[in-house]
Write a protein that binds this ligand. Structure first.
Ligand SMILES: C[S@@+](CC[C@H](N)C(=O)[O-])C[C@H]1O[C@@H](n2cnc3c(N)ncnc32)[C@H](O)[C@@H]1O
Length: 470
């Protein structure tokens, strides 16, 4: 049995790399002898259980709770909590029932884990029922299906060992192990490490996962010869929130942008998850940037190491289990602008963020309504998943009174407002435009050739997916 943390003395030889790893006396000798990233230290064995927690573990109440949740009593309490929640039992009576069985502290932990598993289920599927999360790590977790896709692409060139630099609760670690890699899962956070160890165990990939305490900043600084911590590939998913707030400045991510840039420089086989709003100017030459959308929202943005990159930019859209991709080997430049025609097309955000709107415009024989706005217009309805299309019924300078009158005249009651390039607040405007009529209209408030304009459109048709999945 191997366990790990950030305080115990490193096993001999480990010190030369910025990870620390130690093991219990019951360490299994039957595991593979591969020891990723810790030199030739035989102590590095796949993680089996991370429990029991050492008495001198950092003062973190989560760890003892987690240790208990992993045992049979904890599992029974979580199952009971899940049943109570499934039956619609409210928090206080539910906790009261659990308290009577397992005491106050454990009752809270069981209730919380059952709640997090229920929240994870739509995205993690049946795996959610055996996984361990904290609210923070669940919020930071990527989508397992996309993690699988990333893992497959990362390993396609033959890499068989991967450093997951900032594993949190192990979504990427598990996907990489399932894809056949041996994974060195690194995190500065002891709770994250315990969760990854527990989740690797719960999903049956523990034999291929090593969990260690380490600082990705130092590991990446020590990367040489296309390897980091002894692994031929790396995944880096920096924490982009701090104190509950999104960190917009990449220099404030953890690890910061300097580590991202260094990894991309030193590790040809790597992938970095970045914020969807990342400035294109930050993307180094030769590095492919990809934006992925599911259900009409961007869910991840990726920078691929140079050995994995195969294009300049890629937009990826997941719809009904199908993956659609659009690529450009060089900047295609902006689309041209022209007058509003019979159809308005709203490009998928992955297309917009990746800078590929002009490719869609060329495909649809469409133009922009304004050089600065990502709405396209053409004479025909689009048959592509890359846009949502609306039939344009009226175009008028934006004027609330005239807009209201027009909608009344057309028998419109319910109004959906969309906007781009306007300061209006869509919900507020929709309320103000609401009438008694039976019809529904979509009102698009935007700029056309620089002028504030309202487009009264028929409900969306064709094309783009808007239902969540993935
Ligand atoms: C966004 S989360 C990773 C989420 C994970 N890929 C998933 O999908 O579940 C970032 C993780 O990086 C860890 N982290 C932040 N700075 C780090 C550093 N310098 N070294 C190692 N881990 C770090 C955080 O503790 C956190 O667990």
């Amino acid at each position: 049995m191997l366990w790990h943390g950030n305080r115990a003395p490193a096993v001999a030889g480990v010190g030369r790399l910025p990870v620390s790893l130690w093991h219990s006396t019951q360490e299994s000798a039957s595991r593979s002898t591969w020891s990723p990233g810790v030199g030739d230290v035989g102590a590095a064995r796949p993680v089996r259980h991370a429990w029991p927690v050492a008495p001198d573990f950092p003062e973190n109440v989560l760890l003892p709770r987690l240790a208990w949740l992993l045992g049979p009593e904890g599992a029974a309490a979580v199952a009971l909590a899940a049943r109570l929640q499934g039956d619609g039992t409210d928090l206080l009576p539910g906790l009261g029932r659990l308290r009577a069985e397992v005491g106050a502290d454990n009752a809270g932990a069981a209730w919380e884990l059952a709640r997090l598993r229920a929240r994870a289920r739509p995205v993690f599927g049946a795996d959610a029922d055996v996984l361990f999360f904290t609210a923070d790590t669940l919020e930071q977790a990527g989508r397992p299906r996309l993690a699988e896709r990333r893992a497959a692409r990362l390993l396609a060139g033959g890499a068989d060992s991967v450093a997951d630099l900032g594993c949190a609760s192990g979504t990427d670690t598990v996907a990489l192990a399932r894809a056949g890699a041996r994974v060195l899962a690194v995190d500065v956070d002891p709770v994250a490490r315990e969760l990854t160890a527990a989740n690797a165990e719960a999903l049956g990939v523990a034999d291929d996962v090593w969990v260690v305490a380490g600082d990705a900043v130092e590991l990446v600084a020590a990367a040489r010869g296309g390897e980091v911590a002894g692994c031929g590939a790396a995944v880096l998913d920096p924490a982009r929130r701090a104190g509950g707030r999104r960190q917009l400045d990449p220099d404030r991510w953890s690890p910061p942008w300097s580590t991202v840039a260094l990894l991309l420089d030193r590790m040809p086989t790597c992938v970095v998850k970045v914020a969807p709003g990342l400035d294109h100017d930050r993307v180094p030459d030769g590095v492919e940037a990809e934006w992925v959308s599911v259900g009409g929202s961007i869910v991840e943005a990726l920078l691929w190491g140079r050995a994995v990159s195969s294009t300049w930019r890629r937009a990826t859209l997941v719809h009904d289990g199908e993956v659609h991709e659009m690529t450009a080997d060089a900047d295609p430049g902006p689309a041209t602008a022209g007058p509003v025609r019979s159809w308005l097309h709203e490009p998928d955000p992955a297309v917009i963020r990746s800078g590929l709107v002009s490719l869609v415009a060329a495909d649809l024989d469409a133009t922009l309504v304004d050089p600065t706005i990502a709405y396209l217009t053409s004479d025909a309805r689009a048959g592509t998943p890359w846009v949502s299309s609306y039939r344009v019924d009226e175009v008028l300078p934006f004027n609330l009174k005239k807009l209201k009158a027009l909608l009344r005249e057309r028998g419109v009651g319910r109004v959906v407002v969309k906007k781009r390039g306007s300061a209006i607040e869509p919900e507020t405007l929709a309320r103000r435009l609401r009438g008694d009529g039976a019809r529904t209209a979509t009102v698009v408030v935007t700029r056309v050739a620089g002028a504030p304009t309202a487009l009264v459109c028929s409900a969306p048709s064709g094309g783009s997916p808007r239902a969540g999945e993935g």
